[in-house]
Ligand binder design. Sequence first.
Ligand code: GDP
Length: 343
Amino acid sequence: MHKDATIFIAGASGMVGSALIRKLLSSGYTNIVGSYHSRVPNYGPIPSEKAVGGPAPINLLRVDLIRQDEVRGCFDAIQPQYVILAAARVGGIQANNDLPGQFIYENLSIQSHVIHAAYRAGVERLLFLGSSCIYPKKTPQPMREEHLLTGPLEPTNEPYAIAKIAGLKMCEAYNRQYNTRFVALMPTNLYGPNDNYDPDHSHVLPALIRRFHEAKRRGDPEVVVWGSGRPRREFLYVDDLADACLHVLALDNQLIEETFLNYPSPCFVNVGAGKDIAIRDLAEMVGQVIGYEGEICFDPSKPDGTPQKLLDLSRMSKLGWRAKTSLTAGIGLAHKWYLRHEH
Ligand code: GDP
């Protein structure tokens, strides 16, 4: 991928999109276009490792990706060579439960429009981002790419998972019919700057950062954690995911073909940190990083969701990539970001 290639980040204001922009700018890419809808992107300070004379500016376009006409117009205007589809309706276990219609409709619409527009525009590569919830609820752990569609999904996030499965099957079908190079990464639970810290609709890690922080400030004697505390999850700091995305986009054609375009083997690769942790232990870790000294208790009326989600990372390690940020370091970084943006 040349430093002046036109790279389009669909969904530049979200946690993943803004991490991608930080990574691309700090790596010296000069021709980046990002789309946003309701929030203007705020990707934060750029450590300019390789950018000569500081990072280049990026172009931002306001596009409603749920509207096919706007997506077509945007592709006609930009003519991107590389596309990363980081736009999605996302949220934690309760958001998935409260908004199942929006989760399926918005994700199916956004991804169909962007993938089809990328095909029409003849882009060199498109990177689709899925989620570890695509795997069946009872998948043997760690979960391998081949486990896709081998059993029923976890009901709490089935509409979202179905949309993501449709997205990667659409990439696979276009690769087969049109010889496109559409590849996908399946990240585990992500966290970091620009995450959603809404107390009800966020994922567990931002929810706990906020709850422990507020409990410490108010001097509360206890913090409530949802569910039994027994489910196990794997967490990846979002800057590590951005690094993984660039690693994949920069692979040579032969590796892309062998790994992603070798139908019927899966057109996607898992990306994670390699370790999982029980929610109970995660809560203790967050409490320690934040310096909260009260008690932790559990609310069994809230759903646990799937008992365990740990990805098998053999395919990603074969491509020469591994995560760098430890969970404690990442929680510290996310907490710092939260402190700066609390209001
Ligand atoms: P999931 O990985 O799709 O289940 O999504 P979440 O990140 O929302 O939830 C992961 C696990 O953390 C579930 O077992 C939740 O019950 C548990 N959890 C504990 N406290 C919280 C909280 O405050 N918010 C959320 N979203 N989950 C919590």
